[in-house]
Every structure is written in C-alpha cells, then in structure tokens.
Ligand binder design. Structure first.
Ligand code: CO
Length: 134
C-alpha cells in the first residue's frame, strides 16, 4: 500500500538555528521559511536526492507540535510521510484493520497541497505516520 518515503519531518524550537545546521554544516539546500497558519507551523523544505526533510517550528498558540517540543526541547523526529495512490482507500483499509486515524479521518490538505491523513503513533511503533496522496 505505501510507496515512496515522501519526507521526514523534524520539529525544532529554533528554526533559524536548524536552517543554519542543514545549510552550513550539512551543506543542504534549504528553502525559505513558509508560515502555514492553518497548520500551526512554519516549514522549510530540504530537498535531498531521494527524499525531503521538513523542519517544523511552532506557529501560534495552538500549534500541534507545541507539546512535542515541550517534551523534546532539542527537537526531534516528529513524523514520517509515506506516499499512497489513494488516501481514502488507504484510510478505509487501515481503519478496517483497527488502526486509528487522527481527527475525524477526513483527509486534510497538507503542506504540499495534497490530501493527507495521520495515523496514531501507538499503532505504528511509536511513530506518527502521515500518508500523502500523490
Ligand atoms: Co508532513
């Protein structure tokens, strides 16, 4: 069902410092920060030859990554995103197998303008999983 690894998202408390680490220490090309108020995060995209890294910084009071950053003050891997051909079909198959989909299960438009859902980390080895329809 799942296809390519679309991205690994890393939550950070200091986006400028994280950008500098990826750009200056690791020599990656890093996009300009993109505030996404509807998702409660500011994102930068790092294009690698085989996948992407996204650095997420909390934006606003009700950011969905605020609690994670409280628990992980140095930052940390927040979720991984796999590509699927049909997010509705994937959701229904997973739900029928007992996996928990976050929210009401309705796909939302994610950071790349594509429909996404999130799967409960307790059902996937402690990892928050995003499925993105490509
Ligand atoms: Co993501």
């Amino acid at each position: 069902m799942i296809g390519r690894l679309n991205h690994v998202a890393i939550a950070v408390n200091n986006l400028e410092a994280a950008i500098a680490t990826y750009r200056d220490v690791l020599g990656a090309s890093v996009s300009a920060p993109l505030p996404q108020p509807e998702h409660g995060v500011t994102v930068v995209f790092i294009e690698l030859p085989n996948t992407k890294i996204e650095l997420l910084e909390a934006l606003g009071e009700a950011s969905p990554i605020a609690k994670f950053l409280e628990r992980n003050p140095d930052g940390g891997i927040h979720h991984i995103c796999y590509e699927v051909d049909d997010v509705i079909a994937a959701r229904d198959k997973l739900k029928s197998g007992g996996a928990r989909v976050l929210g009401d299960g309705t796909p939302r438009i994610g950071a790349h303008g594509k429909p996404v859902i999130f799967l409960h980390p307790k059902d996937f080895n402690g990892t928050l999983v995003e499925l993105e329809q490509v």
